[in-house]
Design a binder for this molecule. Structure first.
Ligand code: NAP
Length: 312
């Protein structure tokens, strides 16, 4: 979006990032590339040198050895803020997450702590708290599509089993397991609406110092999200609701898998309604929010594979 508007963009990627198709795509847009880990304040300072603004997009939703929520989401944000200050950056647009707060589930607590670091950086900031984002190129839309297509076989896909035979099995067992009631709500947000906010947040001085919560126009139960994804994909599956006790036990056992379908932290976050009042943000940015059906249709029609190599 920024390059489309003729704005110079320096994409900061991790050292060691492979020169793959994603990198080629970034460079193809005319972005320059700088290398920095959010744990390396010196590299961040070099990366930010000469930049008017920083859009901070780095976070993890799953912890790994050496990459905890605290290290990446809180301390990483603090290092970005410190480097931005030293480099003379004039503003930071920080992507937080809807539901971030000091008492929230762990991931959202760390996003809150990251916000705090940015807020107290001394650099003017705009903080945006999006609900989960629907767009091409992976993320939530691709994940929902795989859950619906593969149904009960989805965990095997995550463990590396080939997709095609699993998809055949899924046709023979046309169900989608749902953890608990499926009534927990969220407000999935079209990435194009989020981009409109980020674009304005980079330019307008009247939004500095503010926090903007933003979800899509509708609060949808998880069951409804699945129905819409099925409609977009043109597939029919029966939703099978697992009793909460079974769901909890299953999620606990998932911790032994190398790439679980859901972690304990994600499960806890899922069960809390992730909704907001959009009024302030819609007014401030003059938004006409796209409904989930449009968002998911756009995301799936323009889906790219994880390596950015084309339509999936
Ligand atoms: N997607 C959503 O639905 C959603 C919803 C609410 C809020 N948000 C927030 O929006 C922001 C962007 O989300 P996203 O979905 O685009 O996330 P994403 O796809 O997971 O991207 C995160 C990026 O951070 C990079 N990264 C991870 N650890 C790093 C480190 N130590 N140093 C430097 N870079 C590192 C990753 O690099 P590699 O590619 O090398 O791993 C990746 O490019 C995040 O702050 C997230 O919390 C997202």
């Amino acid at each position: 979006m920024l390059r489309g508007e003729g704005i110079d963009v320096r994409a900061v990627v991790r050292p060691g990032t492979k020169k793959d198709l994603r990198m080629a795509a970034i460079q193809g847009l005319g972005c320059t590339v700088a290398y920095a880990d959010v744990g390396d304040v010196g590299a961040l300072e070099r990366a930010f040198d000469g930049c008017a603004a920083v859009v901070h997009l780095v976070a993890i939703i799953r912890e790994r050895v050496g990459a905890t929520f605290d290290l990446v989401n809180r301390r990483g944000a603090a290092e970005v803020a410190a480097a931005a200050r030293v480099s003379g950056v004039k503003r930071i647009v920080h992507l937080s997450a809807l539901g971030a707060g000091p008492e929230a589930p762990r991931y959202l607590q760390s996003k809150w702590a990251g916000e705090e670091a940015i807020r107290h950086s001394g650099v003017p900031t705009v903080i945006v708290r999006p609900s989960f984002v629907i767009g091409p190129g992976g993320g939530a839309a691709a994940q929902f599509a795989a859950v619906v297509r593969l149904g009960p076989w989805y965990p095997l896909y995550l463990l590396g089993a080939p997709e095609r035979p699993l998809a055949v099995l899924a046709v023979l067992t046309p169900i989608v397991p749902v953890l608990g009631s499926g009534k927990y709500r969220s407000m999935p947000l079209d990435v194009r609406d989020l981009l409109a906010v980020v674009g304005q947040a980079l330019r307008r001085d009247d939004v500095l110092g503010e926090v903007y919560e933003l979800g899509g126009p509708d609060a949808l139960a998880y069951d409804r999200v699945l129905d819409e994804v099925m409609a977009a994909l043109g597939v029919r599956r029966w939703k099978v609701h697992m009793p909460m006790s079974l769901a909890r036990a299953l999620v606990r056992e998932f911790r032994y898998l190398p790439n679980p379908p859901i972690t304990q932290d994600e499960f806890e976050a899922l069960l809390v309604d992730n909704v907001c009042d959009n009024t302030k943000t819609v007014r401030a940015f003059g938004l006409n929010l796209r409904p989930f059906r449009d968002a998911v249709g756009y995301a799936l029609q323009n889906a790219v594979t994880a390596d950015g190599s084309g339509r999936s």
